[in-house]
Write a protein that binds this ligand. Structure first.
Ligand code: 13P
Length: 340
């Protein structure tokens, strides 16, 4: 097995998943605004420090995705974050796209940028300790969206990124996210997600990417957040599995879902339901941002005296999602959370 293959497999090791802590400066500011904390280089560092030094999180967390600023920052005792994570057996990763920008001549659709100079940036990140990378493309659902144009241009860019990662010795996490904002039905979500995944795997194959060295980070198939009637846990699990079985090659070692604005408990329950319907050709795991961090962020509120409570909240969510990896999660387990 190649190094990349073993890294990809380690990221989806039994009972473990990924923490996405790669919020860009704009996104982390939004998160901090919600708790009334100013976003400065130091508050961002302190918050990431709290997450990465949580005792025991490594039982449930295989890897952490960092942002460009964060991979260069250090813990309070001066230890660089990638080194700190590595010492706990957690694999450091890095977000390498430069964000979703308006797609020319396609009002309301986006193309993700960041390919220019990417080969050199990947080399730098590897030097800094990264072993895997992430690139996110986004698609909206509406009558005429996502357009074929948006689906194929983003698939092409995702494949160019993935090929460069394999060449640089980094496992590419391929993240096509069909956004769940809007009033669409579960069926519309399934159709859009299927079209997007189909294009992604055609481009990855055509651009010579070895699927065994990659991970997929998709959305779950959900009803739109503003839909009048929304699908329940079992329906979501069935619809998501149906799309994945149709479109994701068995050579892909793991599928690590994004949470995409679901409540943290919904994100856990959906993953759990899918894992009770196994076995599947790929590991089904998580790479959550908001669904792992929301309660910790709230408990912290920017105050040093709340660090322990925030760490307990993060540890608890990591543990719940770990249980969902094997279908062993039950809502009653939520009571185990030590109150902040
Ligand atoms: P969410 O789980 O909050 O959607 O974030 C995951 C992520 O990395 C989005 O790119």
């Amino acid at each position: 097995m190649t190094d990349l293959e073993s890294t990809a497999r380690a990221l989806v090791a039994e009972g473990k998943g990924i923490l996405a802590a790669d919020e860009s400066s704009g996104t982390i500011k939004k998160r901090f605004d919600s708790i009334g904390v100013e976003s400065t280089e130091e508050t961002r560092r302190a918050y990431r420090d709290l997450l990465f030094t949580t005792d025991g999180a490594e039982e449930f967390i295989s890897g952490v995705i960092l942002f460009d600023e964060t991979i260069r920052q250090s813990s309070a005792d001066g230890e660089p974050f990638p080194k700190l994570l590595d010492s706990k057996g957690i694999i450091p990763g890095i977000k390498v796209d430069l964000g979703a920008k308006p797609l020319a001549l396609a009002p309301g659709e986006t193309i993700t940028e960041g390919l220019d100079g990417l080969r050199a940036r990947l080399e730098d990140y590897r030097e800094l300790g990264a072993r895997f990378a992430k690139w996110r493309a986004t698609y909206s659902i509406a009558d005429d969206k996502p357009s074929e144009y948006c689906v194929w241009t983003n698939a092409h860019a995702l494949a160019r990124y993935a090929a460069l990662c394999e060449e640089a010795g980094l496992v590419p996490i391929v993240e096509p996210e069909v956004l769940m904002d809007g009033t669409h039905t579960l069926e519309q979500s399934a159709k859009a997600t299927g079209r997007v995944l189909q294009a992604v795997y055609v481009e990855l194959h055509d651009q010579r990417v070895d699927f065994r060295r990659t991970l997929l980070k998709p959305n779950m198939v959900l009803s739109g957040y503003d839909a009048t009637s929304r699908a329940g846990v079992e329906e979501v699990a069935d619809a998501t599995l149906d799309v994945l079985h149709r479109h994701v090659p068995a050579a892909v070692p793991g599928i690590v879902f994004l949470s995409g604005g679901q409540t943290d408990e919904d994100a856990t329950a959906h993953l759990n339901a899918m894992n009770t319907h196994g076995p599947h050709p790929w590991q089904l795991s998580f790479s959550y941002g908001r669904a792992l961090q929301a309660p910790a962020l709230k408990a912290w509120a920017g105050k040093p005296e709340n660090v322990e409570a925030a760490q307990r909240a993060y540890y608890h969510r990591a543990k719940m999602n770990s249980a969902a990896r094997t279908g062993m999660y039950a809502p009653e387990l939520e009571k185990e959370a030590v109150p902040a």
